[in-house]
Ligand binder design. Structure first.
Ligand code: NGF
Length: 293
């Protein structure tokens, strides 16, 4: 099995006024993650990358850039899932040829798919793509809730090696950890990394690690060292930051913080219909940068 563990940033993508990828800025964000945040990996094509708003060839372009900039220095996971399983397969094959360590696929959303449909979607992807796959479960955005039994069926499929668990259900997390000691489990909510670490997740995938990767690593390490007071303190500092970021607009604020950290090439806009940052939000981002980062 693969050893993709630790802190993994869900990569942010800066866009220009026309909605095109700002490649120079994207490369700076990747470098910032590797050189300053010391991340173990990048999760490319996630919610944080505004992935569900962009065309297939642009998704490929982003996979190209992330691979080209990070070479073999860190783990790379390509999120290829969505509502179009044929696109997921095409992207999965593409990222696998590029050398991505694993692919990941969100549960299909919008229509209320049955579990049988969700399972077939994963079966179709792993049948067609010669790579390991990490399930991306995020019920708050997809409406797809799965329990222990459903996860058990998915983990029984060939090449399914893990789950990005983006939920506050710590009962289910404990049952999963206990039942599947060899499955890779990633914490998906950055503001709950400390309790997830107590349940011995293998790592964490999230948006705020683009700017808060050092504290996040500290949380994982403090829990490993059994220094719970330290871990709780680091989570408290992280949550002061995350709370302010969420209140000011998640992705626009994260992009602005990256600019303030020196990723300064070109526009750092959102992809429409996601709103870009306003003047008021810019001011607040400056305060967050000075006081909380
Ligand atoms: O952005 C969301 C939406 N969740 C991310 C993460 O779970 C998913 C989380 O880091 C993700 O990053 C991706 O697929 O790209 C939050 O942004 C963070 O915990 C703040 O709430 O729920």
């Amino acid at each position: 099995g693969k050893n993709i563990k630790g802190i993994i940033s869900a990569l942010l993508v800066p866009f220009d006024e026309e909605g095109r990828v700002n490649e120079a800025g994207l490369r700076q964000i990747i470098r910032h993650n590797i050189d300053e945040m010391k991340v173990d990996g990048l999760y490319v094509g996630g919610s944080t990358g505004e992935n569900f708003l962009i065309e297939t060839d642009v998704k490929k372009q982003i996979f190209d850039i992330a691979k080209d900039e990070s070479k073999d220095d860190i783990h790379l996971i390509a999120q290829v899932g969505g509502m179009n399983v044929y696109e997921a397969i095409e992207l999965g094959q593409y990222a696998t040829e590029l050398g991505y360590d694993a692919i990941s696929a969100v549960t299909p959303f919008y229509y209320k798919f049955s579990f049988a449909e969700v399972k077939e979607y994963y079966q179709d992807i792993v049948n067609a793509v010669d790579n390991d796959l990490i399930i991306y479960s995020i019920p708050v955005l997809t409406g797809i809730e799965m329990g222990l039994k459903e996860f058990e069926e998915l983990f029984a499929l060939d090449n399914i090696i893990g789950v990005k668990f983006t939920a506050a259900d710590f009962y289910l997390l404990e049952r999963l950890r206990h039942s599947f000691p060899d499955v890779l489990i990633y914490s998906g909510f950055d503001e709950m990394l400390f309790p997830a670490a107590i349940y011995e997740v293998d790592g964490a995938i999230g948006s705020t690690y683009n700017v808060n990767g050092i504290r996040a690593r500290g949380i994982l390490e403090a829990v490993k060292d059994n220094d719970l007071a330290k871990a709780r303190q680091l989570q408290k500092e992280s949550n002061d930051l995350i709370e302010a970021i969420l209140a000011n607009g998640l992705y626009p604020t994260l992009k602005r913080l990256l600019q303030l950290e020196g990723c300064d090439e070109g526009p750092f806009l959102s992809r429409k219909p996601m709103a870009s940052i306003t003047d008021e939000q810019l001011e607040e981002a400056k305060r967050i940068h000075e006081e909380l980062l």
